[in-house]
Design a protein around this ligand. Sequence first.
Ligand SMILES: C[S@@+](CC[C@H](N)C(=O)[O-])C[C@H]1O[C@@H](n2cnc3c(N)ncnc32)[C@H](O)[C@@H]1O
Length: 300
Amino acid sequence: MPEHPRICDYGDSSYRQDFWEGRGRDYEDAVERQVLARLLPKSGRRLLEVGAGFGRISAEYSMYEQVVLLDYSLEQLQYARGQLGDGRYIYVAADAYRPPFQPATFDGATMIRVIHHFEDVPAVLGQIAETICAGGRFILEFANKRNLKSMLRRLVGRNSWSPYTLDAVEFVELNFNFHPDQMVAEVSALGFEIARVVPVSWFRLGLLKRHLPTSLLAGADGILQRTGWRISPSIFFDLRYGESRERGDFLDVNDPVEIFRCPWSYAGLVREGDSLISETGIRWSIRDGIYDFRKPLNDD
Ligand SMILES: C[S@@+](CC[C@H](N)C(=O)[O-])C[C@H]1O[C@@H](n2cnc3c(N)ncnc32)[C@H](O)[C@@H]1O
């Protein structure tokens, strides 16, 4: 493992246009929103969306008083901000391996279509866990290597890797599929309790998506989601901290700056013009209303 794990940098990539808009993925989008609606609580204080990208699903979190969108790509966040505005949203450009938040800042967190870009899963999940308060919830989606299609391909000799082994498979650089048992082990080791497991996206087949209405496929998906069978291409975990877990109470502050800490020194931050400065003198910029914690201004 390299000193700092590799980062899948989306920068100003055309992910939105190339993957979502008019690309025949209305069904995937619909079922992910459906599951979120099912799993999210009726109300909440402050939610962290890890790897929010261009904010595709960020409007689903309207039951939270405050929503923090974190992504490594400033450009994706700029687009999200253009769509969602400020109001309840806070935009943070940062590396999820080094989230710039005080402990127990969030009573909710989500990570959808993101963990497949992480080669060091315990490291990133451990960092996210630190930011969630006692009793907090975490909705984690991951790409499942042991899905029906990969098992069938393996059976007819068209899959070089085994869907059944616990190790992650890197099918394209920094794109991993995970075995459900591996993910169960990872989250359990961090003290999460698994409240629900929801298998999703059962009908991810071009032929079906072209010929059947999205609403019909999404309805059928909703039925299969309730089986809990862990053989679909995408799986959602609904996670909670147990009572036994040693974890701070929710950080209740009014000024958004108070939720931050310096990701390098862990010191608190104060605002100074268009930047945030730590007690140790490390300065982070605020660009176009986005807090930028990727690289300090005075990193020479
Ligand atoms: C496939 S996109 C998913 C975006 C959004 N969650 C969605 O479902 O539309 C993955 C996102 O993860 C972000 N990402 C990847 N590695 C990251 C890291 N180390 N820290 C923060 N964000 C990261 C990318 O910038 C990208 O926006």
